[in-house]
Design a protein around this ligand. Structure first.
Ligand code: SAM
Ligand code: SF4
Length: 335
């Protein structure tokens, strides 16, 4: 049996997030600038390479794959890749195949995703107001995403909504969004905005809405019960006693969740980031491309990378300047 991936801090690595493209059909203001430059296509891992890469991680004990981007569903023929991963679900090696999407293409792909074995999907949506949606995503249109959500639920996919908490933007929708998610039987997770990438003129500190504040306001409307942590991830959950629904908070900046981190991230160009908040990465693409006939070099490169997984990240807004800033975009590393 192959030894599982364990990092220097004794954390087993069982979760891989894979960015399959840096491209997107939206231009969310906190994620990209409007005239974002994308990578030349030849830099990207091909679908076959993505398959080999993910399958090697599964061989090494990864049990959960989350496909992300950019917008994963705008990558040409991406369903071929999802269908290829089905074999790992069928063998039992992979416990979950899932994705994070902006929802724009779900009307087209929800049934195919379900057929490939996907059962849950995270859909990003920051507002229920059409004009605000167009403003924040620049190129996105709310009705299209709502149709995508309908299609996902109709196909049998469990939906979780991810909402970036933005001061003076969606503070006033805290309760509306909770009620809307409840009415549709969807979980909701709020995410603090992170200092990733050069996004033009946006002011990170101006955008930053602390989730502790958000939680406090939510507590004025509902009785909150903290739920025990079990995801190994950065989310903390509360239950709203009045409705029974679950609300998550991802607080990379105010809560240090690194001690239970079980994940690594593969970019669309084959770099492995051991931590979202650090620049350190390993080039797995060379190990893959230089050894087309065998995965031994790739396995060695993965193990060597995991040995370098840092203890934690250094994002810090507490000194009222954006410290620990990371120059690459979220769409490159995959959110
Ligand atoms: N395009 C897909 C989507 O929007 O869901 C997947 C990729 S996107 C980079 C993944 C998640 O990262 C989204 O929920 C998005 O809102 C979030 N995100 C992007 N930039 C962020 C930032 N600077 N801080 C916090 N979250 C961010
Ligand atoms: Fe695209 Fe997702 Fe970034 Fe928005 S957050 S620009 S949808 S990658």
């Amino acid at each position: 049996m192959t030894a599982p991936l364990i990092d220097p801090f004794q954390r087993p690595i069982s979760y891989l997030r894979v960015s399959v493209t840096d491209r997107c059909d939206f231009r969310c203001v906190y994620c990209m600038s409007e005239n974002m430059t994308f990578l030349p296509k030849k830099e990207l891992l091909t679908l076959e390479e993505l398959d080999r890469m993910c399958s090697t991680f599964v061989d090494l004990g990864v049990q959960k794959l989350r496909i992300t981007g950019g917008e994963p569903l705008v990558r040409r023929d991406i369903m071929t890749f999802f269908r290829a991963m089905t074999r790992h679900l069928e063998s039992g090696a992979l416990k979950e195949l899932t994705l994070t999407t902006n929802g724009s293409q779900l009307e087209r792909f929800a049934d195919d995703l379900f057929a490939a074995g996907v059962r849950r999907v995270n859909i990003s949506l920051d507002t229920l107001d059409e004009q605000k949606f167009a403003d924040i995503t620049r190129w996105g249109r709310l009705p299209q995403v709502l149709r995508g959500i309908d299609a996902a639920q109709k196909a049998g996919l469990r939906v979780k909504i991810n909402t970036v908490a933005l001061k003076d933007f969606n503070e006033d929708e805290l309760i509306t969004l909770a009620e809307w998610c409840h009415s549709r039987d969807m979980d909701l997770t709020w995410i603090e905005v992170m200092p990733m990438g050069d996004i033009g003129n946006e002011d990170r500190l101006g955008q930053y809405w602390k989730l502790s504040e958000l939680r406090q306001t939510l507590g004025q409307h509902y009785t909150l019960t903290d739920l025990p942590e079990n995801s190994g991830g950065p989310a903390r959950y509360v239950r709203l006693e009045e409705t029974g629904q679950k609300i998550g908070f991802i607080t990379p900046l105010t809560h240090n969740f690194c001690e239970s981190c079980n994940r690594v991230r593969l970019t669309c160009t084959g770099e492995l980031f051991m931590c979202l908040g650090q620049e350190d990465n390993a080039d797995l693409r060379s190990a893959l491309r230089n050894h087309p006939g065998s995965n031994a070099a790739l396995e060695d490169a993965i193990r060597a990378a995991i040995r370098l997984k840092p203890k934690g990240h250094d994002f810090d807004y507490s000194r009222q300047s954006v410290d620990g800033r990371v120059s690459r975009h979220m769409s490159h590393t995959g959110g």
